[in-house]
Design a protein around this ligand. Structure first.
Ligand code: FES
Ligand code: FES
Length: 176
């Protein structure tokens, strides 16, 4: 894999560190400044702008991605902390032109309005459903308590996640 360099890096600029991360299954070797936040790395170095920035206080969850399978707020980590890690972003949910159940759920249950919070909501939900495939409504609400939505009132988001949980269980049962 070719080495990618931050667009802002210059030979006289800050010292860069080489990291290797796998993002949505693809390996990237990238030179980054140690101060670069993971969310900026994803958006600016890798051009994956599906991960949003909604605050500067670790409050909104719009930046949520999966780091080695666990939901994290990518504005609270430095990219260098994720060296040798596996990251999943919203861009990796769709596979072979087929929506992920969580995407299908948000579509079917009208889980979004402006959509700004949606990538973070979906990544939080995917991480959560991997640990709890049959959640109660209360457990879903607790799982997304770190993600803010200013549009929907959350009711349809909860329904969307419940839809995804049911769909994923049905698929798993069909394979058994
Ligand atoms: S941008 Fe990360 S929590 Fe708001
Ligand atoms: S759909 Fe607009 S912030 Fe959630």
């Amino acid at each position: 894999m070719a080495v990618e360099t931050a667009p802002t890096a210059t030979t006289t600029g800050p010292k860069l560190r080489r990291i290797r991360v796998t993002v949505n299954g693809a390996a990237h070797d990238v030179d980054v400044e140690p101060r670069t936040l993971l969310v900026h790395f994803l958006r600016e170095n890798l051009g994956m702008t599906g991960t949003h920035i909604g605050c500067d206080t670790t409050s909104c969850g719009a930046c949520t991605v999966l780091l080695n399978g666990r939901a994290v707020k990518s504005c609270t980590l430095f990219a260098v902390q994720t060296d040798q890690s596996s990251i999943a972003t919203v861009e990796g949910l769709e596979k072979d032109g087929k929506l992920h159940p969580i995407q299908e759920g948000f579509h079917q249950e009208h889980g979004l309005q402006c959509g700004f919070c949606t990538p973070g909501m979906m990544m939080t939900a995917v991480g959560f459903l991997a640990t709890n495939p049959a959640p109660t409504e209360l457990q879903i609400r607790e799982a997304i308590s770190g993600n803010l939505c200013r549009c929907t009132g959350y009711v349809n988001i909860v329904k969307s996640i419940d839809y995804a949980a049911r769909k994923m269980r049905e698929t798993a049962e069909g394979k058994a």
